[in-house]
Design a protein around this ligand. Structure first.
Ligand code: ADP
Ligand code: MG
Length: 460
């Protein structure tokens, strides 16, 4: 008999060549072999959409792939979801993801603040983060060996916190006796302050020490906040040294490299530099697609692949935002009763985002952008000066304000040195008229709108 689970990869390999990458990642990979029942292969998925999609679109392909691998040993297959699971018994234990399961009760106290949600398994690796991933993985597999301390830095929402927890979760699973602590710099400082303030001073301070210096792995996040707190720095320095000298693993994350943490003492800076300092970049297009697909799978979202592409194309900086937009689109679709989130839902949801961001846009911001663009001072722009170099930018600025905001003309007039609303109206109408014939003006307005949009919504 050809074993089902052992040969499932072969089925996947065949399918991968038959369908698009997104379809494969989103739907086919969501299937796992579950058992055999009355001569039929039972495949399980926890995604109803994966079941529907596979049944609707890939049944013949799946059948062919199964026949090829299992040489017609089974008469067919059936895809089940959670509801039907108890109707079938499992043949053998699945070994999926065993290396990163949630710890059992008795060793839980060895890990403080770890979030089991963030693992290496659900971290998508691409060009932007392959080195930092490799370093994190190496630290997790061999703590206190090569990279100590490991210092990870990069912009907001790029996965630093995720990696710290992933290291912690991995070590927790594979080295159950190691004590691991995840803490933000802020928490660390607060803990220390609490310890000092606490009535029974001696005890509090020694239990603080106990907490931080008896660990095997210290994962400290947002270390940039150490900058202005000299006492925290001093204390952290001692904690760091104690751990380092006892050959304990230290991993630090920051939004900037050590050299840019302004008030970091030189001795800490050189301690950090003694290990590995590794940056994490914004993900490229393919990685963004892969991250969105993973997220859709984890959250069981029903999304068309066009939506994934659309989001990955249009939002290119921050993974947290990218994920936020995906859930927003799905939420939007659900509200409208759409079973699958499609492109229309994405457009609508994005419009909402634009609207929300527009609420943060005000006259001042537009004036600022216009001043920068035309290289005139704010004072001149809102003054009564009548020279052409000022008048034209002023009129354009008024026009743009009326385009972006619903501010009443009277209020706009007020802003521009208490002018009458008819002046604003005149500016608006004149620019509207000239736009039809004046190409230079057209370009200027185009550029300005682009800058303002760039300010409120990051579109590529
Ligand atoms: P940071 O600490 O760098 O600000 P986080 O680690 O909090 O960012 O990441 C923000 C969100 O993006 C989290 O939900 C995280 O799981 C997700 N994320 C970031 N990078 C990846 C990645 N490469 N693969 C999967 N999810 C990611
Ligand atoms: Mg973070």
């Amino acid at each position: 008999m050809i074993k089902l689970k052992e040969n499932w990869d072969k089925v996947l390999n065949i399918m991968e060549k038959q369908v698009t990458a997104i379809t494969f990642d989103l739907w086919v990979k969501a299937l796992v072999p579950y058992t055999v029942y009355e001569d039929k292969i039972i495949l399980f998925t926890n995604s109803v959409s994966a079941k529907n999609q596979c049944e609707k679109n890939f049944k013949p392909l799946l059948k062919l792939a199964l026949d090829e691998v299992f040489k017609d040993e089974y008469s067919g297959f059936k895809i089940i979801t959670e509801d039907e699971k108890n109707l079938y018994t499992v043949q053998e234990e699945s070994e999926e993801n065993l290396d990163e399961q949630v710890p059992s009760e008795n060793i839980k106290e060895n890990r403080i603040n770890l979030n089991p949600k963030y693992t290496f398994n659900n971290f998508v690796v691409g060009k932007s983060n392959q080195f930092v991933y490799a370093a994190a993985r190496s630290v997790a597999e061999n703590p206190s060996a090569k990279f100590n301390p490991l210092f990870i830095y990069g912009g907001v929402g790029l996965g630093k916190t995720h990696l710290l927890h992933a290291i912690g979760n991995y070590i927790a699973k594979n080295f159950p006796n190691k004590r691991i602590i995840y803490v933000t710099c802020e928490q660390f400082a607060n803990d220390y302050i609490d310890a000092i303030r606490s009535g029974v001073k001696e005890n509090a301070i020694s239990s603080f020490r106990e907490k931080y210096r008896n660990v095997d792995v210290l994962l400290m996040d947002d270390i940039q906040f150490i900058s202005k707190k000299t006492e925290t720095q001093e204390n952290f320095f001692h904690t760091f040294n104690d751990l380092y000298q006892a050959n304990k693993q230290i991993v630090l994350a920051s939004d900037r490299p050590p050299k840019d943490i302004e008030t970091l003492s030189d001795r800490l800076r050189s301690r950090f530099a003694s290990g590995l300092i590794q940056d994490i970049q914004s993900p490229d297009f393919e990685t963004r697609v892969a991250i969105l697909i993973k997220k859709a799978q984890i959250e069981n979202y029903n999304v068309e692949s066009e939506v994934i592409d659309y989001l990955a194309e249009n939002f290119d900086t921050n993974v947290r935002e990218l994920e936020g937009y995906l859930s927003k689109v799905v939420f939007h679709a659900n509200l409208l009763g759409h079973h699958f989130a499609g492109l229309e839902d994405a457009y609508m949801a994005l419009k909402d985002i634009e609207k929300e961001d527009k609420e943060n846009l005000d006259i001042e911001k537009i004036i600022k952008i216009c001043c920068e663009y035309f290289n005139v001072s704010r004072e001149d722009l809102i003054s009564k000066k009548k020279n052409k170099e000022i008048v034209v930018p002023r009129q354009i600025c008024m026009f743009i304000i009326t385009e972006f905001l619903d501010t009443p003309l009277v209020a706009i007039g007020d802003y521009f040195g208490g002018r009458d609303h008819t002046t604003v109206m005149h500016a608006r109408d004149k620019i509207t008229r000239n736009l039809k014939t004046d190409d230079k003006l057209k370009n200027q307005i185009f550029d300005l709108k682009d800058k303002i949009k760039g300010n409120i919504i990051r579109r590529v």
